[in-house]
Design a protein around this ligand. Structure first.
Ligand code: ACO
Length: 328
């Protein structure tokens, strides 16, 4: 019997108003609604306005989660923000969220783990609470991937969207809580999915801009293969580690990158489609925001509720991958 140390007490999410449909992309690049739907499951995605930043979406999602749990800004001990689209080089985007919220007592930090970022953040929050370093932690996954997407590259531009999801994590009560987390990475394969520019390796010059080094580059077919294996492995690992039985899992929430990867992951752990959460059709791949956006939507639409057992699983650039089992 697992004795959880921390639990998610509330969630919130935010997406930009503007939407791009597959039909909009038919006018921008050589693609079709049919190709995008059958190869990825995506139908539309939300796109940030020019002046809308990752910290803005993160703040909106955080305020909703804080309101739901009746948590004041002063109560926050840590703000852990997972993103690969920070507002600026430094300081961290979490510091901007701290300023926006007035969370004067918090330690604010970013995590860069791409699509697995929220699970990395949950693991850290769970550990901080377990060792009594914190009582109230805000974990956020937030992205404005549209700002680093190459809208001339049909192989990537149709995939990504913007959004944010947040959770308040507190000490566990009544056997509710985070039952286990698992995280892993493999830096040897960094070049299969990355933004080569934007850092100190290729400082921005006319040449790097002409070469589109400030945009996402992905070897899609390779990434797909690793994602299917790693997400399946991560789901199996957390189910084994926590001793959960198949029929005890109320909902599997996989990272929302591609419906075929989601289906393969569910098949690997033998969870039928009515217990698998899918919203990739409405949001595309929102990287670190994907899992918390899905978790919030699953709760708000009544698919899961207090007492439900949920398995989260993700894979992303790095490569990074991980999973978590939670009793809400
Ligand atoms: N419209 C039409 N045709 C296209 C498009 C498009 N938008 N994009 C690619 N194609 C073409 C290709 O050019 C190729 O044509 P060819 O056979 O003439 O060369 C053909 O379609 C097949 O291309 P593939 O890349 O092999 O297509 P695939 O079935 O693998 O699907 C996809 C591509 C959707 C990108 C898939 O590989 C995928 O989902 N990869 C994983 C993405 C992912 O999970 N990322 C993880 C995390 S993201 C993060 O961390 C930020």
């Amino acid at each position: 019997m697992i004795n959880p140390k921390s639990m998610i007490v509330s969630t919130g999410s935010a997406v930009p108003e503007k939407v791009l449909t597959n039909h909009d992309f038919e006018k921008m690049v050589d693609t079709s609604d049919e190709w995008i739907r059958t190869r990825t499951g995506i139908e539309k995605r939300h796109i940030a306005a020019e002046d809308e930043l990752t910290s803005d979406l993160a703040t909106e999602a955080a305020k909703k989660a804080m309101q739901e749990a009746d948590v004041s800004p002063e109560e926050l001990d840590y703000i852990i923000l997972a993103t690969i689209t920070p507002d600026v080089g430094f300081p961290s985007t979490a510091c901007f969220v701290q300023k926006n919220l007035g969370a004067v007592n918090a330690t604010a930090m970013d995590i860069s783990a791409a699509c697995t970022g929220f699970i990395y953040g949950l693991e850290l929050a769970d550990t901080l609470i377990t060792v009594n370093k914190a009582k109230t932690i805000l974990v956020i996954g937030a992205e404005t991937l549209s700002k680093v997407t190459d809208y001339t590259d049909r192989a990537t531009c149709v995939l990504f969207g913007d959004g944010a999801g947040a959770a308040i994590v507190k000490p566990a009560e009544n056997s509710r809580g985070i039952l286990g987390t698992f995280t892993k990475s493999n830096g040897n394969l960094h070049y299969l999915l990355h933004i080569p520019g934007m850092g100190t390796k290729h400082l921005p010059t006319h040449e790097t801009l002409d070469q589109h080094l400030h945009y996402i580059k992905m070897a899609g077919r390779e990434v797909f293969k690793y994602a299917v294996t790693a997400m399946g492995d991560a789901a199996v690992k957390i189910i084994e580690d926590t001793g959960l039985k198949n029929d005890e899992i109320d909902l599997l929430i996989p990272h929302q990158a591609n419906l075929r990867i989601i289906d393969a992951t569910a098949k690997r752990v033998n969870i039928p489609s009515d217990r698998v959460f899918v919203n990739v059709n409405n949001y595309g791949n929102t990287s670190a925001a994907s899992i918390p956006l899905a978790l919030d939507e699953a709760i708000k639409t009544g698919k899961i509720h207090q007492g439900s057992t949920v398995v989260l699983v993700a894979f992303g650039a790095g490569f990074t991958w991980g999973s978590a089992a939670i009793k809400l």
